[in-house]
Ligand binder design. Sequence first.
Ligand SMILES: Cc1cc2nc3c(=O)[nH]c(=O)nc-3n(C[C@H](O)[C@H](O)[C@H](O)COP(=O)(O)OP(=O)(O)OC[C@H]3O[C@@H](n4cnc5c(N)ncnc54)[C@H](O)[C@@H]3O)c2cc1C
Length: 375
Amino acid sequence: MYNTIIIGLGSMGSSALYQLAKRGIKALGLEQFGIGHTKGSHSGQTRIVRKAYFEHPDYVPLLEEAYKGWDSIQRETGKQLFHKNGLVYFGEPGHKVMEGVEFSANTFNIRLARMINEQLKMFEIPSHFQALIEPEAGFAVAEETIRSFIGQAEKLGAEVQTRETVMGWRLKDNYVEVHTDKMEYHTEKLILTAGAYTNQLIHGFSNQLTVTRQLIFWIKPEHPDQFAPERFPCWVVAEPEYPGIFYGFPILSAEQGGNGLLKIAHHAPGEFIHPKDLNKLNPEKEKEKLRSFLKKYLPEIGGDIVEVTACLYTYSPDEHFIIDFLPDTNSRVVLAAGFSGHGFKFVPVVGEILADLALQGKTELPIDFLRLNRF
Ligand SMILES: Cc1cc2nc3c(=O)[nH]c(=O)nc-3n(C[C@H](O)[C@H](O)[C@H](O)COP(=O)(O)OP(=O)(O)OC[C@H]3O[C@@H](n4cnc5c(N)ncnc54)[C@H](O)[C@@H]3O)c2cc1C
């Protein structure tokens, strides 16, 4: 009998396992693949971390806590997992992204700079666009973050089983039964952090969560050194002709855990798929879209797309996260899902929240806007 079992040791599950282990709880984490794999939502090296949240200002208090969590895991491991190399937002004044950034920044006193620094000269931005710089933003190294949380959790006594798939779970009178392809386990509390695979674990939930394939484009520029993190920030362009945003990162060297390529992507719903079809790629149309974006906004790159990889988004109906007890489970089953393509920056705080809910039945962190009763 475990105190808590976590299904899915990706972004959110790894952090939850660490939090439980830190609180001295007998916890088991189950993962169907390896740690830091390419069949979920966390592959592709990097994730933007930012605080002036255009999606909704209610996320900012959670981000304040997440930033503390990023500092703390970096201190404990001695690894740089979050690089604050700054983020520049480009868009037309009045665009909802630009307005949202300014609103959150003004409401929560988040520092924004308005000058475009020297390193951004390689962007060709329409003259009527606004540029906002968030100096305390940057990027996290995704797979390394997950490995770090799992490593720390194991040091603190957590159990981890990889390459073990949970086939189902059942609520009993005083515990939850979990069946895998290898074993049956019993636990007092269950945390579901299964990402794009959540629908397979909760029957009748598929109208709440939809899964899309998102493509990541890797470019080999003529002068890669111009794009090193100390010279080149993360960026977001709210291109008016497309939904969502285009965004990109600096180039990470092999020593920094990177592949030496420039990463660019479009944050807008991709193709709706079943997770098992993730790698059936047909990227030509998307490639053309990215090429025409690059021609317009980053014409100086002087290189082409050399690789395309894929990753999964799991959308909730309103694109806000779902963090709550699953109904009719007597507060034994906690669900964290539907991170809708913007969850990674919250990894440290989501782990805290999930541990609070599993152990205390409540959390002091402000998550009412993420509860299931909003649907
Ligand atoms: C291309 C792309 C770009 C993104 N960019 C950003 C960004 O810049 N900033 C940002 O904040 N967020 C970003 N995100 C979103 C962020 O990465 C996700 O919100 C986050 O990774 C979701 O975490 P998760 O724990 O729900 O899923 P995952 O990290 O996929 O974890 C779920 C885990 O559960 C396991 N699992 C599932 N079912 C079972 C089972 N039955 N048995 C055992 N194990 C199981 C899976 O194998 C997986 O490891 C991006 C996502 C993508 C795809």
